[in-house]
Write a protein that binds this ligand. Structure first.
Ligand SMILES: *Cc1c(COP(=O)(O)O)cnc(C)c1O
Length: 473
């Protein structure tokens, strides 16, 4: 919905005086920036328009130098399109037909209707840091933190910008210049170059690796504890699995070792699962409640992974540690924005009120295979495209949650050759559609998985697929 650039009413009045249909085959015949600007009118900020015209002319120059011809109208259209693009809102809504529920490149968790409404309400003035009862100043995350403690059964909580921030802040507040003991199998990289040893160094904590890559015992932690030790850290492996000849003590065993040596246990859970994933036939994902019950002193997790809320880092645990984290001089640098807090609060209310089906991430994970198949079959019927068919597929949880867990699904598979296209060109057309559709390419075919397509997106999806299949060229 950018401001579209209107063509000047009468191009022959401009000093270019050339026909838009003119084909240009040499560089000296290309129009000047000012000629094109005059023809495009002034519906867009001039700086944007100048940039768009320069880019269109550069592209045209390259085409001509390479021996091609370019129409004056094509240059004007390219400039108009670039200007419209530059003034369009961003990010744009896309239809996620990849079947990856928590797709990091597509914005991870889809927020619930209540969370979206709460964000809008918070966008204006609100009682963010104001107690309406007393008129006194309040703390911005205390309402949400209290809600969280009630849900997971912890003493206290804090909400920060994301889980990477939660980890950095917790380490800085609880272990600066002191030892943090980590299993060699858990000194991992989470993705986006978030590396546990690096975060540790930057936070001023002293990493002490114990055990081996595949096997670590409770006694390894115990043997490494000394008077400089602050924490035992457990890190969820998130994006990968280790199997075979592996050993890792339970959280309870780590808590026991920590208690015997007067140190605390910090548990980086990653995903922040608050429900039992086994009810949907998935592997068991450790829940926050389990960590709290096992006696972890501080538990950290993301807001926008399995929890299904906005990007945030949630910290729960014993009051004295949470207080130390809240009072750290850098806490302010990690704090959440009001819109995020509103969305997080609304998402957590779904858990408190026992209405997790309101959370799109959980609803998508829970979709029965038969329902997905019926939707895919409906798409197939409605499109009736040559070469299209249904195939058994598997959706993924994504977002570093439950790696290797497969969700059975049914995909609508489009055969590009039947449409005189390649898989890449079909995918590109779908991405360029309105709305853009992102599928996945497998075995040279384009797969569309209904699991991650929201119900209200089905009609627009079918429309976009029809348009991509029919367009010429
Ligand atoms: C995802 C993850 C993080 C980072 O969380 P963000 O909220 O994305 O910053 C940290 N630790 C673990 C174990 C994770 O899985």
């Amino acid at each position: 919905m950018g401001k579209s650039v209107e063509a000047a009413t009468d191009p022959t009045q401009s000093d270019g005086a050339a026909s838009e249909a003119e084909e240009i085959g040499d560089v000296r015949s290309l129009p000047s920036v000012s000629q094109l600007l005059a023809e495009l009118g002034d519906a867009t900020p001039q700086a944007v328009l100048v940039g768009a015209v320069r880019k269109a002319l550069d592209d045209a120059r390259r085409t001509v130098i390479a021996g091609g011809k370019v129409g004056r109208r094509a240059i004007l259209d390219a400039a108009r399109a670039a200007a419209t693009d530059a003034t369009s809102p961003w990010p744009r809504a896309v239809i996620n037909a990849t079947g990856v529920v928590l797709h990091t490149n597509l914005g991870r968790a889809v927020l619930s209707d209540d969370a979206r409404a709460a964000m809008l309400e918070a966008a204006a003035y609100s009682d963010l840091e104001f107690d309406l009862g007393t008129g006194a100043r309040g703390s911005r995350d205390s309402h949400t933190a209290e809600l969280l403690t009630r849900i997971v059964g912890a003493e206290a909580a804090a909400v920060v910008n994301n889980n990477a921030g939660a980890l950095a802040l917790a380490l800085a507040a609880l272990a600066r210049d002191r030892g943090v003991i980590v299993s060699r199998g858990q000194a991992v990289e989470i993705g986006g170059r978030l590396r546990i040893p690096d975060v540790m160094t930057q936070s001023g904590a002293v990493l002490r690796e114990v055990g081996t890559t595949n096997r670590t015992y409770a006694s390894d932690y115990a043997d490494a504890c000394n008077e400089r030790t602050a924490l035992l850290l457990r890190v969820h492996l998130s994006n990968f699995q280790m199997s075979g000849f592996v050993a890792q003590p339970s959280l309870e065993e780590m808590v026991e070792v920590a208690a015997a040596h007067g140190v605390a246990v910090l548990d980086d859970l990653g995903s922040g699962c608050l429900v039992d994933t086994e009810t949907w036939g998935l592997r068991h994902e450790p829940t926050v409640q389990e960590s709290v019950r096992s006696g972890a002193d501080v538990v950290l997790f993301s807001g926008d992974k399995l929890l299904g809320g906005p990007q945030a880092g949630l910290i729960v645990g014993r009051s004295r540690y949470i207080q130390a984290i809240r009072r750290h001089p850098l806490a302010r640098a990690f704090r959440c924005d009001k819109v995020t807090l509103a969305a997080m609060h609304a998402t957590l209310l779904h858990y408190l009120c026992g209405e997790v089906e309101q959370i799109p991430t959980l609803r998508m994970l829970a979709l029965p295979a038969a329902e997905i198949e019926a939707r895919a079959a409906g798409w197939l019927r409605s499109l009736s495209l040559t070469g299209a068919r249904l195939r058994p597929a598997s959706s993924a949880v994504g977002g570093g949650s439950l790696p290797g867990s497969e969700l059975s699904s049914t995909a609508l598979v489009l055969r590009p050759e039947a449409l005189n296209l390649t898989a890449d060109s079909l995918a590109a057309r779908l991405r360029a559609g309105r709305p853009p559709v992102v599928g996945r390419i497998e075995d040279g075919e384009l797969w569309l998985d209904p699991r991650t397509v929201l119900p209200e997106q089905e009609e627009p999806l079918l429309h976009a697929v029809r348009a991509a299949a029919q367009a010429d060229g």
